[in-house]
Ligand binder design. Structure first.
Ligand code: DHB
Ligand code: MG
Length: 235
């Protein structure tokens, strides 16, 4: 079977599964259209991935979710609703570098019935500026540590975000997920037909050497073409 056929089949299967497993939700579809209208790229997680993230959040018993890369708040809505459905008192803390996207995300969250900032806050700034601030606030006892961390921001900093994620986490039992790990490997030529960038070290290699975590790469195929999550458990 050609790669195109595999992808077409995967998309058909995803549509079929989504139609049976994921309730149609106007606030979520509005979030996607508002994000497009705002001129942001159409790179939110898919409905399947959003639901997967929300179920993982429930399964892990997470209370405080950190998201790096808000975009239009699509995944933030899934996380916030998941915490609420699990009866958790914590919140989602999402970090966004662009001011207009932060505004857009907060609007989308409110439109989805999420209380901002009580149930989800969107902090403005580059990840590497905001994360040290969060660490300082945690050390000063001003905010709780996180137990679920979703990294979905600029690819060049995936490892730095991961390392901060470990430091900002509650420790053993906490979960860190990196989006787009496969795309990054394809882009760097670590996998696929492309020429391997001389200096490319995949975050997969660094995480593999990190004794603070046990991790796995889960490849995905569907609405987001060929990609995958790197998932790590603090041990
Ligand atoms: C793309 C997808 C993403 O999920 C993301 O975070 C960044 C880029 C993309 O498809 O290009
Ligand atoms: Mg992504």
């Amino acid at each position: 079977m050609s790669a195109n056929t595999v992808l077409a089949n995967a998309k058909d299967i995803e549509s079929y599964a989504v139609s049976h497993l994921i309730a149609v939700d106007k606030a979520l579809t509005d979030t996607i259209s508002n994000t497009a209208k705002n001129g942001a790229p159409p790179i939110a997680v898919s409905p399947t991935q959003g639901k997967f993230l929300s179920l993982l959040t429930r399964m892990s018993g997470a209370q405080n979710v950190l998201e790096i890369g808000t975009l239009g708040g699509y995944s933030s809505i899934w996380f916030a609703r998941s915490l609420k459905a699990g009866g958790k008192k914590g919140k989602v803390t999402s970090v966004e570098v662009l001011e207009d996207r932060r505004e857009l995300a907060m609007q989308n969250l409110r439109n989805a019935g999420v209380k901002v900032p009580e149930e989800a806050e969107v902090l403005l700034g580059a990840g590497l500026e905001v994360l040290p601030r969060l660490l300082a606030e945690i050390e000063q006892g001003k905010r709780p540590k996180f137990d679920f961390i979703f990294i979905d921001a600029d690819w060049e900093n995936q490892w730095n975000y991961f390392d901060y994620g470990v430091k900002l986490s509650k420790g053993p039992g906490s979960v860190i997920l990196i989006d787009n790990a496969v795309q990054k490997m394809l882009e760097d030529g670590i996998a696929g037909q492309g020429k391997r960038r001389e200096d490319a070290i995949s975050v997969v290699e660094k995480v593999g050497e990190d004794r603070r975590v046990e991790a796995v790469l889960l490849q995905t195929l569907g609405a987001k073409q060929h990609d995958g999550f790197l998932m790590a458990l603090l041990v």
